[in-house]
Ligand binder design. Structure first.
Ligand code: NDP
Ligand code: OXD
Length: 319
């Protein structure tokens, strides 16, 4: 019997965590971690499976016999545009822990804006006892853009918190107790939204999508007064200069951003300075390495048993 092909790993995140988790993962076939100096120059021609996050530009020419590509995250935009990308299945990472982490972040940000936490932060620094009367969650409509794995979990848990939740996606979804809109109903969706939550993948359609024109269409007579923009999808979907001016002129009452046009966010970005903008460094929902490797092992086992792979992206749609 010929030896099983090792899994090629090129993950540009948390190198110590990846190296540690690889010690026990893929025990039947082994792995080649190109981030590790020992493996960096290895011959990749026989490799059949690659697990990638922002891989080296020459990876596909070095590994010309791949059968399946696995994304190290839920998004695949870091691979889709690459030169030499072979026409083979691309499987994205779908995992309970990743989904849960994202929902924690989304719910936390919605609550921070509901309760005007930035104003409390300012008062605290000034040692001021300044009570605020916040609306109830039920008075506020959260509009979730993207009703996929992450969007639907966020919707369910935002509802548990009492928010009125509506949702928008390319194709209409049916979710009990949630008014949903399809791509053609964007303006109707925005006009009902007080807090906009972006959980969209980056595709040509969603590039530069969150701009001043869109912010102006959000509801302005809701319980929060000024609408809020929250984005944890992809930074290249937002126009940051428009966010800065929308917050400055009051079109937006605040924002929460986990993703940015260019990451890391430049030290001189005006976003850092805005009191009512919460910034996190693209860590809303990190991929936990052990869970990621288990998911890849499961999918390879399915593939080798002749069963369909799960979570394969639609190359034409780009996600
Ligand atoms: P899914 O593929 O499960 O869902 C994507 C959703 O977006 C679907 O509802 C889809 O519509 C909708 N959509 C895509 N394109 C359009 C469009 N042009 N117009 C309207 N709706 C559109 O993805 P996930 O929920 O798993 O993940 C979403 C994104 O979150 C990832 O692609 C990634 O960019 C980001 N992410 C960010 C993380 C972070 O830490 N900040 C962590 C993990 C993911 P339809 O249902 O009709 O197909
Ligand atoms: C992902 C991410 O796509 O972490 O999983 O951004």
């Amino acid at each position: 019997m010929s030896a099983l092909s090792p899994v090629l790993v090129d993950l540009k995140f948390n190198p110590e965590g990846v190296a540690r988790a690889l010690k026990t993962a893929f025990s039947d076939r082994g792995s080649i971690n190109v981030a590790d100096t020992v493996d960096a120059a290895r011959d990749l021609r026989a490799v059949e499976y690659a697990l990638l996050w922002k891989p080296d530009a020459d990876l596909f020419s070095r590994a010309p016999n791949l059968k399946v590509i696995f994304s190290g995250g839920a998004g695949v935009d870091h691979i889709i545009g690459m030169a030499g990308l072979p026409d083979i299945p691309i499987v994205r990472f779908v995992d309970r822990s990743l989904t849960t982490r994202m929902t924690e972040w989304v719910v936390m940000q919605c609550l921070m804006h509901l309760r005007a936490q930035y104003a409390h932060d300012i008062s605290q620094r000034r040692r001021e006892w300044a009570k605020l009367i916040a609306p109830e969650a039920a008075e506020v409509t959260v509009g979730v853009m993207g009703l996929g794995i992450l969007g639907q979990d966020a919707v369910a848990k935002l509802k548990v918190m009492g928010f009125n939740v509506i949702g928008w996606s390319r194709t209409r979804k049916t979710i009990e107790g949630v008014e949903t809109f399809d791509a053609g109903e964007l303006d109707r969706f925005l006009a009902k939204t007080d807090i906009l939550v972006g959980l969209l993948p980056l595709t040509p359609e969603t590039t530069g999508f969150y701009d001043s024109g869109l912010f102006k269409k959000l509801r302005r007579d809701g319980a929060l007064g000024q609408p809020v923009f929250i984005n944890a999808g992809r930074g290249k979907s937002q126009i940051e200069a428009d966010i800065v001016s929308a917050v400055g002129e009051g079109t937006l009452g605040g924002a929460s951003l986990d993703v940015f046009e260019v990451e890391p966010l430049a030290a001189d970005s005006p976003l850092w300075e805005l009191e009512n903008v919460f910034i996190t460094p693209h860590d809303a929902a990190v991929s936990e390495e052990n869970a990621l490797f288990r998911h890849v092992e499961t999918q390879i086992a399915r593939f080798e048993r002749g069963e369909p792979l799960q979570f394969v992206i639609d190359r034409a749609a780009g996600y």
